[in-house]
Design a protein around this ligand. Sequence first.
Ligand code: TPP
Ligand code: SF4
Length: 289
Amino acid sequence: MTDSASSSAHVKDKKDYRSDIDVTWCPGCGDFGVLDAVSRAFATLGLPQEKLVLVSGIGCSSRFPYFTKSYSFHTLHGRLLPSAMGIAIANPDLIVIGTGGDGDAYSIGGGHFIHACRRNPNLKYIVMDNQIYGLTKGQYSPTSDLGFVTGSTPYGSCEDPIDPISMALVFGASFVARGFSSKPKECEQLIIEAINHKGFAFLDIFSPCPTFNKVNSVKYYMQKIKPLPETHNVEDKASALTYAQDQASLFVGVFYKKERPTMQEKLADIRQKASMKPIKMEDLYSLHT
Ligand SMILES: Cc1ncc(C[n+]2csc(CCOP(=O)(O)OP(=O)(O)O)c2C)c(N)n1
Ligand code: SF4
């Protein structure tokens, strides 16, 4: 567990982490399961509320922080990660968790995702992946299947979907996992593991949108998901990639986990070097010659 995720004696129940705001998601939305799993994980770890910061972009799933009792920042569409990184770097004592959708994460926010993976800031990122844009009433998203029919693709999408797990692995995320919102206990365990991981912990959770995506339903995921085998070595990236790209099953569980220096640690190192040997303007020019 990171220093900031130490337990508090007063907070033990998942209800202690839920705000008084009414949840506005449609009945049956998968995001309810994720909210439940997150609240349970916070309660199990006994996280101090005053150290929790939830950061979101724009979308149905990005309303998530409204419903939790924590500090929160509802940012712009696709700008969750740079905002979360700024907070986590400015105050490394905080537990910073990004919560948003697949459109927010992989479409408009796709560029930020790549750089968060390689920089390894100590923050957690939970993407509620429903393979559609829910808030804007059902357009196809970067994870929608080829041929997927929506209001914006009436003849079927002509784009191949991206695979977020492979992306995160290839771009260097130090923790990569996948869950399913109808399995909240399993999700709780993954969230606990992500919070305990020091570095950028990425968790993609299938979270069906019954209102606008009738294809990728609870039943669909129940048939397709499969737990990663216990023999899978989480430090073996090649093996993780093989499971991520399996065509027959959608594997769930921890694909990859290996700690390496975080962005906060590397910046602290630079600050120390700078304090020992301040660089003058004229020195900067000589660095290029
Ligand atoms: C710059 C900008 N472009 C487009 C939009 C419109 N918009 C709002 S949410 C959204 C997509 C939401 O989809 P997703 O992130 O998957 O979340 P969901 O609603 O499915 O949970 C879009 C395109 C916007 N708010 N800002
Ligand atoms: S539109 Fe879809 S994603 Fe949005 S709240 Fe309703 S079910 Fe959930």
